[in-house]
Structures are given as C-alpha cells and as structure tokens.
Write a protein that binds this ligand. Structure first.
Ligand SMILES: [Zn+2]
Length: 204
C-alpha cells in the first residue's frame, strides 16, 4: 500500500473520459483500491476518483463520516442523513431521481485549498460493481448524492467548477473563512437578495 500523488487541475488525466474496468476482481485493481484508500485517508478527503491518482479508469471510492452526514441542509436547515461506510464503485452509473437540485459547498483534492458552491441533483440512484464483482445499487440524497455525483464526474473529465453557476462563490478556503459570514450563509443571503430582486422585477 502506498500514498499516491494526486493530480491537480490542469493535468490532462483529469480532462479525459476514463476507461471501463474490465475485471473488478483483478489483483491490480485491488492494489489500486488499497492505495486510493490510503491516499484519501492521508489527504484527508471523503472521496477520490482513480483519474485523480493518474489512473484513467472508471473507479471511485468515498465514505460519508458521521460528522459530514449533516453537512447539507435544505431551506429549513435540516436534512437527516446517515453516515456511509467506505464504498468502492466500479463502472458506476448515476440516474437522477427528479429534477430537484440543491446548491452546496464542495472542495476537491485536485483543487487544493479551494471551495465553491455547486448545484447537484438532490436525489439519485446509482449502480456499480463492487471489488468482488457483485452489483451495488443504492438510492442517495443530499450530501451522499453530492459526493457520488462529484466523484463520478471525475470519470467524465468534469471538475466541480465546470458545474458552478456562480463563479463568485469559488475561492480559497482561508479567504472565505476570513470573511464575517461563512460561505454557506453568504450564499443563502445572496440567493435571498436575488429572489427579492426578481420579485420586485416581476411586480414592476
Ligand atoms: Zn474531486
């Protein structure tokens, strides 16, 4: 097992479509998974896609720790969620359940020290192969759904800024934290202001 070097935005391996894994049970795939688990724990991160460690294959790992499970809030500030144990998804496929999207904070090991607000489908269903070749099929919502969408985007050469609608919310984590309002609260305030402006516009 080893800690692998993480590719940063600008490296071509992050821009290409990754190749399907032919045999999920192959020893080299299991070695890759073990190294990715070590690399993610060292970073630390909640998810990692194989292209991020310079391997253009359709494989991601993620886990939702207890502390991260309630990161994502709806308008009422509550979305009860459960932790998800370390999960390996090989050749994953995602299907959106409904059109509803929610905007939340994301970071990425390939864009160190940065965060941004990214819209994602609130509810998804995903299907993939596990390292033993069995089929994993789950429905997910909120933060769990966000992490899976973020990681699987890496397999299609997509980094989270490419999903952002408001690039003014992209910035360095320490600068964002230095401001009087945390990013999430500022984003909500901004959204509120925009909605109010729209309302005024409509009425006028
Ligand atoms: Zn990422």
């Amino acid at each position: 097992m080893a800690i692998l070097k993480v590719a940063r935005m600008g490296h071509p391996v992050l821009n290409r479509t990754a190749d399907a894994v032919e045999d999920p049970t192959a020893p080299e795939i299991h070695r890759l998974i073990a190294d990715m688990v070590d690399t993610m724990a060292d970073a630390p991160g909640v998810g990692l896609a194989a292209p991020q460690v310079h391997v253009p294959k359709r494989l991601v790992i993620f886990h939702i720790p207890e502390s991260g499970a309630n990161n994502e809030e709806d308008e009422n500030g509550n979305e009860a969620e459960e932790a998800v144990p370390m999960t390996v998804l090989i050749n994953p496929e995602i299907e959106a359940l409904g059109e509803e999207r929610v905007t939340g904070i994301e970071g990425c090991l390939s864009l160190p020290d940065m965060v941004g607000m990214v819209p994602r489908f609130r509810h998804i269903r995903y299907k993939a192969l596990a390292p033993d070749g069995s089929v994993i099929e789950r429905e997910a919502s909120g933060y769990h759904a966000r992490v899976v969408q973020h990681e699987c985007d890496h397999l299609d050469g997509i980094l989270y800024p490419m999903r952002m609608e408001d690039l003014s919310t992209l910035g360095y984590t320490d600068e964002m934290n230095r401001n009087e309002l945390p990013l999430g609260a500022r984003m909500r305030k901004k959204k509120l202001e925009t909605e109010q402006e729209t309302e005024v516009g409509d009425d006028g």
